[in-house]
Write a protein that binds this ligand. Sequence first.
Ligand code: ATP
Length: 373
Amino acid sequence: MPIQRLMVSQFRNLLQVDLQPSPDINLFYGLNGSGKTSLLESVHLLSLGRSFRNHKIKPLINTGAQELTVFGRSTDTSIGISRPRRGDSQFKVNGKSVGSLAELTRSLPVLVINSDTFQLVEGGPKERRQFLDWLVFHVEPNFFWVWKNAGRCLKQRNAMLRRDRIAYCEFAVWDRELALQSVKLAEYRLAAFSAFKDAFLKLVDQFVRVEELTVELDQGWNTESDLRETLKGNFERDSKQGFTGSGFHRADIKIKVGAYKAEEVLSRGQQKLLVCALILAQCLVFQEASKKNCTLLVDDLPSELDEKHQELMIEWINKLNCQVFVTGVDVDALYEPWNRTVNRDIKVFHVERGEIKHKELQVIADKNAVQPL
Ligand SMILES: Nc1ncnc2c1ncn2[C@@H]1O[C@H](COP(=O)(O)OP(=O)(O)OP(=O)(O)O)[C@@H](O)[C@H]1O
């Protein structure tokens, strides 16, 4: 759903913002600390109930306010989130309170490209698991409930492992359930991953050509063997460690170059390009499978990529046909490559000390630069 109207209140330094974004490309320019990233964070919060910078919500509430709110409307859905300084977040879809954030996430699928996205290659398995699960959540309707059940079993099993003197027979019921849910999740993940892998391998060559690049899904245990047996066999070790060492929660995407992990071999620049290909492939598979479009948040693209790859990235984003929010410091540097490359509607916004204003731009042909009117 492209966001047609976005209202943000008391979110970091954004006191009151009311925008009518383009369904296509939205460019936000302004000085450091003016509030550009905060705007992208507010859209992320609306989709996922948290910022992409920090998992805590309290620091997002303006220091002088008691509550933040973000509201977004598309042609057929309105969604809102509010978070008081004391108390829990409230979620609303079409004016009605909903208990679970999952409904917001389904209504507004959002992906981010920023400097932290590079954790996908150099970070731990958690980042890559979350990356895959975002896709599985959106393309497999049963995933969320199975994932919740599996999480409950795991929590219970880990709590029991931390208690003293519990015989294995007391674990049998939890192991059976954990194995059952893990196997279902593994099926869902494998289906989404296969589609993703095909898309990624076709796309990655255009961004960065690396011999012997492979991407494989590790489901979190040796899937040749029965997970219940594995859990039973590892019981002593798990008891000593105080946590469960095998199951859905240990899944990972292994990105390798030959026998080495990608981050051990690739340059920083190559890693960035690889990550761009990962996100674009994820977006592509999501859109093909769900027949929906996602909203892409791109924080400060020029500082991350060279000119050639920036252009390639813009071309791909253009092909994906999704709504995009992009930030940059300099209006010319931000606008020019988008204006040159895309054939879609571009809206430009100036961000200044927490205020955001739509700007009509005039292209000065001889200087190839743009001037706000
Ligand atoms: N809870 C808060 N209340 C008020 N102001 C805040 C709060 N949290 C952050 N800020 C301020 O809000 C501003 C938001 O900065 P933001 O990161 O959005 O800027 P930016 O335009 O993306 O900058 P840059 O180009 O440096 O990345 C900063 O000046 C920051 O100090």
